[in-house]
Design a protein around this ligand. Structure first.
Ligand code: SF4
Length: 237
């Protein structure tokens, strides 16, 4: 478990630094060989991955293949990895046996999205992160009211979590994408602003939070990888 004073010192050191400096410190100075990027290959993922590729293209990139993604996301993952020259992609996810036991008819997202996320996302990521001390996310404060106070460095159980783009606005992201001519997720053109699994992602109306289309109709705003896991759900039939 990382010491709270260590986390606070990192936040003081990196909390107001530009993203490239934060990433460089995390990848090459603080956690060399012991840190991974976690990417959904969603609407804004290209920015973080482009920054990482510019520092170390062999950085491990963990993608949780839940088995419920849009086909467009899987295609985009492969295209973006090739475009950026990333060599450390690791696709993780639930086993076929888990999926058959816990969601045989693929309806769990409708009647128990927390349980579905627990075995399709949270548990596979926890297993994959066991080999690392720290991980990097692309979360930003502007994306949702629930992320308004997101720090750059935080403690996440046994890990340090680094959010180098926390302070970036939607305009910063758009400017970066334009400046580097980064490929866009194909669903952006259809009105999606935050892209997760197909059963739990809908188009966002003007003025809504970018993540308003996730789990629409449920009192759920995060998949669970950004909060304590719910291991009891993994044992449910
Ligand atoms: S986002 Fe939806 S389909 Fe994907 S794991 Fe969570 S509940 Fe299941």
């Amino acid at each position: 478990m990382p010491d709270a004073s260590f986390v606070a010192a990192l936040q003081r050191r990196l909390g107001y630094a530009p993203p490239r400096q934060i990433l460089s410190a995390a990848l090459t100075d603080l956690f060399p060989g012991r840190i991974a990027v976690v990417s959904s290959f969603g609407a804004e993922s290209a920015v973080l991955l482009h920054l990482v590729a510019g520092i170390d293209p062999a950085t491990p990139v963990l993608f949780v293949d839940t088995g419920r993604h849009f086909a467009e996301t899987l295609d985009y993952r492969d295209r973006l990895v090739g475009h950026l020259g990333l060599t450390g992609l690791r696709t993780i996810g639930p086993s076929e046996a888990e999926a058959a036991r816990l969601d045989a008819d693929l309806s769990r997202a409708v009647w128990d999205p927390d349980g579905c996320c627990a075995f399709r996302k949270v548990a596979p990521l926890e297993r994959a992160l066991a080999g690392f001390d720290a991980w990097i996310t692309g979360r930003k404060r502007f994306q949702a009211a629930t992320r308004f106070d997101l720090p750059v460095v935080e403690r996440d159980g046994a890990h340090i979590k680094v959010n180098p783009l926390a302070s970036w606005s939607a305009a910063d992201v758009a400017d970066y994408v334009r400046a580097h001519d980064l490929p866009a997720h194909p669903l952006l053109a259809q009105g999606y602003r935050s892209i997760g699994c197909a059963p739990c992602t809908s188009i966002v109306a003007p003025g809504e939070d970018p993540r308003a289309g996730r789990w629409r109709g449920f009192d759920k705003t995060e998949c669970g990888i950004h909060r304590p896991a719910v291991p009891h759900l993994l044992n449910q039939e």
